[in-house]
Design a binder for this molecule. Structure first.
Ligand code: AMP
Ligand code: MG
Length: 400
């Protein structure tokens, strides 16, 4: 359809020139959720020497079967000093260094002990219950790639590799502005025709989940001076992104264009071939990107998912920036689609090992309750043909 920009083209434009933010070093204890700016190699070898993986007795396999005297003890952090004398055994515990001279561990359940004498009935394989030096990782080996998101498991690995600080990308600083004469803050008493502003809080929560710093700039009326002041404030505070919601109507468009012109830039407005959320605005104010989302709550959320999250991930240094699409099957029949890519709010259930996505009957882009209840967006390509219940579809899962 003439004049409508495909979603992928709009995303490419939003990402144009976006590169990961500069590096900084943070203590490992505060690195959760951050993105590594370079690969981390291990600073040590783990295990640092051959270790027992069981509680039992360290032996020389070739000595067995036999009854042997206990010559000493080795526990985690308390090694047996010296070599194990020939014809003896060493009491050993999980995580203890294997004494020199021993080459296997027999678990305590498989021996009989009387005083200091231990009877072994069978000969173990050499190496039994021994974790070899370097089994987990070796010093110098790259173990976490640049672009990795630090989460509980990678955090444990970085710590085990003895990194007290880690190199990460600076977190995106994102300001959020609501525009509209009709808006009041949650908790205020709306006058006639007014509504409570909800988009900004949702956007701030998305920004934080994407690892960014969110600053709420509040509500501005549809006036040049107020909007310009808010944009200047966001620039002065050195934000990487200013996200606005609202301002999609024709008069408000012109207002935004004027504001951005005052700041010496040229905004791009696109009508995107998607539903919900047709209008999108983008401007580059030397160092700060201004992303203008539509005011309709569902459109604002879907556009944030499709455009703001990937932009933030790119700035944060992530390599996986697109919303994850999965396969499911339709719970109901759908008619043929028109020229716009659809993002249908849907419920999700598992039935006979299949994910079944069923769109809510009313898809009005103002309906926040339906959005809050939805578990997925069904993605329908432009001009998709009619589909029966049970046919495959693509979904984006909505995080709870
Ligand atoms: P607009 O994009 O400004 O034309 O707004 C489209 C619709 O979204 C209108 O019904 C607005 O009242 C509504 N809207 C705009 N901003 C917000 C907001 N921050 N929270 C909730 N609804 C909004
Ligand atoms: Mg408005």
């Amino acid at each position: 359809m003439a004049g409508l920009t495909p979603v992928a083209d709009a995303l490419a434009r939003v990402l144009e020139g976006a590169v990961p933010l500069p590096e900084e070093w943070v203590p490992i204890g505060s690195a959760d959720g951050r993105i590594l700016s370079r690969a981390l190699a291990s600073r040590r070898t783990q295990p640092p020497s051959d270790m027992s993986s069981m509680d039992g007795y360290a032996v020389r396999a070739a000595d067995l079967p036999a009854t042997l005297p206990v010559a000493g003890e080795a526990a985690a952090g308390r090694s047996f000093a010296g070599s194990m004398p020939g014809g003896t055994t060493i009491r050993i515990f999980t995580g203890a260094e294997i004494p020199d001279g021993a080459d296997a561990v027999v678990i305590q359940e498989d021996v009989s002990r009387s005083g200091d004498m231990v009877t072994f009935r069978d000969r173990p394989a050499s190496g039994q219950f021994i974790r070899r030096k370097g089994l987990d990782f070796a010093e110098g080996a790259p173990a976490l790639a640049a672009g990795t998101r630090i989460e509980p498991r990678s955090l444990a690995l970085a710590a085990a590799m003895n990194h007290a600080t880690v190199p990460v990308h600076r977190r995106p600083r994102v300001a959020i502005l609501s525009t509209g004469d009709e808006l009041v803050e949650p908790g205020a008493e709306p006058g006639p025709g007014q509504i409570v502003s909800s988009n900004a809080l949702a956007l701030a929560a998305i920004v934080r989940r994407e690892g960014g710093d969110a600053t709420l700039l509040g509500i501005v009326p549809d006036r040049l001076d107020a909007t310009l002041a808010a944009v200047r404030h966001a620039r002065a505070e050195r934000h990487d992104i200013l996200v606005t919601s609202g301002g999609a109507s024709v008069g408000e468009h012109d207002l935004m264009r004027q504001v951005i012109a005052e700041e010496g830039a040229e905004p791009s407005f696109w009508k995107i071939a998607m539903r919900p959320g047709k209008p999108l605005m983008m401007a580059n104010l030397s160092g700060m990107r201004l992303l203008g989302l539509p005011g309709n709550p569902v459109a604002s959320f879907v556009c944030a998912t499709l455009f703001l999250s990937p932009l933030m991930r790119r700035l944060a240094g992530r390599t996986d920036i697109l919303p994850l699409e999965e396969g499911a099957v339709l719970g109901v029949a759908l008619g043929a689609n028109d020229h716009r890519q659809d993002y249908l709010r849907a419920s999700l259930i598992e039935s006979n090992g299949k994910l079944v996505a069923t769109p809510f009957p009313i898809q009005d882009s103002s309906m926040i309750r339906v959005l809050a209840e939805a578990e997925a967006l069904i993605v329908r390509a432009p001009h998709a043909s009619a589909a029966q219940a049970g046919e495959p579809c693509r979904i984006i899962r909505l995080a709870r």
